[in-house]
Design a protein around this ligand. Sequence first.
Ligand SMILES: C[C@H](O)[C@H](O)[C@H]1CNC2=NC(N)=NC(=O)C2=N1
Length: 154
Amino acid sequence: MSFPLRLGRFSLCRPIVNCTRPIPNLSLRMASSTPAPRFAEGEDPHQLSSDTTTLQQQGWALDAEGMGVTKTFHFKSYFKAVSFLNMIAAESSVKKHHPTMTIRFGSVDVHWTTHHPRGLTHKDIALARHCDAGAGLIGAVEPGQGLKCGPETK
Ligand SMILES: C[C@H](O)[C@H](O)[C@H]1CNC2=NC(N)=NC(=O)C2=N1
């Protein structure tokens, strides 16, 4: 078949992608962009797999290494975002398990992982659930409904 293909008044250009030839390593590349969870030593992998799946259905994502979970919570005021962060900080102090948090004008990014033993643990799962419960109480909103300042996308 030669391009451009003439069809009366219309002409069809050569397709950009040749669909008949498989793209090498496509499955490999897809696999590496979707990390598998890596649970810490001593954890129950069956229980944690199921708990992690449930969290993913609640908007949590595995981090790049599969050793932690992350989620951004959105709020309609900076005060609510700060209150949420403080609520998490208080529980972290009680449970002796601490997240990495980034606060913005109308959102908070939360990342839970366990440093020792290294990997995802039941503590990360429990505290991620605590975040979801607290976000509900403080009045988190859907992404896009939160307060925004400047050109930031989050
Ligand atoms: C002694 C103290 O409880 C430990 O160092 C705690 C502190 N907070 C922690 N937080 C997190 N995220 N992972 C840990 O392994 C951890 N260890």
